[in-house]
Design a protein around this ligand. Structure first.
Ligand code: URA
Length: 445
């Protein structure tokens, strides 16, 4: 295979064969395909798309770039192994840190393989890299041990698990090739299939903070992923979510971990985060056969959140993966803190009516919390907290948010950007609709 021939064929809108895709992906992992060639292939795919057959071949090639986990030696019933994922959006990354321990506390086994930040969307792997000692890239043996002992884990792709996603992700992040149905499908589903689950529940974000801006694009992505899941013989539920405003109150790495800990401990629970978390966990519980219907699954999830079992489970997962004891009780003791932490106010009072959440995500990148080049070191401590909810009053007496920055100049720039990213009205806007816009379910073929 000559990489330039594969790129040329994709550029000229010809359908690639499964063997060409497999060889190209293998080369992207072993280094025989250069970064420039990967970038060109990604852009050609972004521009010209892929057929269903190509998308399936890409996903399977990416899965088979590493190992597929074998759960049989653990004795865990296969039908209990259910993973979750999110297609990405600003503020949505913290959901995984709550869903995994909560679903595990309900009896689901959740070997979650997530992603680091992508373009303007923060990611779980960067968040957990902010936790001292936490290993986001364990070897498969340790992953299996942790999941067998605690019921869950949250890790990223490793040199042995879905390594192709690592190679492609670093380049997609910085080449404006993120928002592509086949590339997102390949990235997400290759990681899910590498964990060999019985089913997956995936949040497909739509709106200004999501990679799929419109409901039509979100549906196309959801259908692409259900198609691949069904072809691979696993069940799937796609929840199309409204990520038009920032989800929850924080955007960033350490600050996102702190919000997840506050949520698990019951110190602060944003209502939209609560709605989404319970909906996702209920779907996972139902899929795992641990409740007879969705209402009982929902009730079980709520009970395990309220009785503290989810919080306790998160602590156990963090310790099992090398992190500190007791993070839920006191996240601030363990997480890095930025040098300048100060509230941002609007000059004129009014109601927060909406925002450009993508711009808020780009503000995090500018603060140093996301990447502009593949190998850029990020600063885990920076971010935004206390973001007002749509419908709340903001102004000189009520902050819009708090910016955590490395220095005064970056704080001032971020404050200017978030002020410009929000819409303020004199009268109260209509209440936000349910965070879940649509549900698409598919049984295995
Ligand atoms: N999450 C992923 O893992 N990959 C994507 O492409 C988008 C979100």
């Amino acid at each position: 295979m000559r990489p330039q021939e594969v790129i040329r064929r994709k550029r000229d809108r010809q359908e690639l064969g499964a063997d060409e895709i497999r060889d190209f992906i293998a080369g992207a992992v072993d280094g025989s395909v250069s970064e420039g060639q990967i970038g060109a292939f990604l852009m050609a795919t972004w521009l010209n798309g892929m057929t269903t057959a190509e998308t399936t071949a890409l996903t399977l090639a990416m899965r088979d770039s590493g190992e597929v986990i074998d759960w049989r030696p653990t004795g865990i019933p296969h039908e209990r192994i259910i993973d979750k994922h999110s297609s990405g959006g600003v503020g949505d990354e913290k959901i995984t840190l709550i869903v995994v321990p909560l679903a595990a506390a309900c009896g689901v086994t959740v070997p979650n393989i997530s992603a680091r930040g992508l373009d303007y969307g923060p990611g779980e792997v960067d968040m957990l890299d902010a936790v001292p000692g936490y290993i986001t890239g364990p070897d498969p043996e340790r992953l299996v041990r942790v999941v067998a002992a605690t019921g869950g884990a949250i890790i990223g792709p490793t040199p042995r698990i879905a390594p192709a996603d690592r190679s492609l992700f670093y380049i997609r992040d910085v080449t404006a090739t993120v928002e592509s149905v086949p590339l997102i499908t390949g990235s997400i589903m290759s990681k899910k299939l590498a964990m060999d689950p019985a089913g997956v529940v995936i949040c497909v974000g739509s709106g200004s903070g999501a990679f799929m801006r419109t409901i039509e694009d979100a549906r196309a992505l959801a259908r692409s992923m259900t198609g691949v899941a069904a072809g691979a013989g696993i069940a799937s539920v796609m929840l199309i979510t409204d990520l038009d405003p920032v989800l929850g109150t924080s955007v960033g790495n350490a600050v996102g971990v702190a919000e997840a800990c506050d949520f698990l401990a019951g110190r602060h629970r944003d209502p939209r985060v609560l709605e989404l978390v319970l909906a996702v966990v209920a779907e996972m519980v139902l899929m795992a056969g641990l409740a007879p219907d969705i209402d009982s699954a929902h009730a079980l999830a709520r009970a395990r959140l309220e009785d503290g079992s989810a919080a306790e489970r998160f602590d156990r997962i963090v310790v099992a993966l090398g992190g500190p004891e007791g993070i839920v009780a006191d996240p601030g003791r363990h997480l890095p803190r930025a040098a300048v932490v100060r509230e941002v106010h609007m000059e004129r009072a009014g109601y927060l009516a909406g925002m450009d959440a993508r711009e808020v995500g780009l503000t995090l990148v500018a603060l140093g919390g996301g990447r502009r080049t593949p190998d850029e070191e990020i600063d885990f401590s920076v971010g935004i907290t206390g973001f007002a909810r749509v419908g709340e009053r903001v102004g000189p007496d009520a902050p819009l948010c708090t910016v955590h920055a490395r220095n005064e100049a970056e704080w001032a720039d971020a404050a200017r950007r978030v002020r410009a990213a929000v819409r303020i009205t004199e009268s109260a806007p209509a209440p936000l609709p349910s965070i879940i816009r649509e549900r698409i379910a598919q049984r295995p073929r």
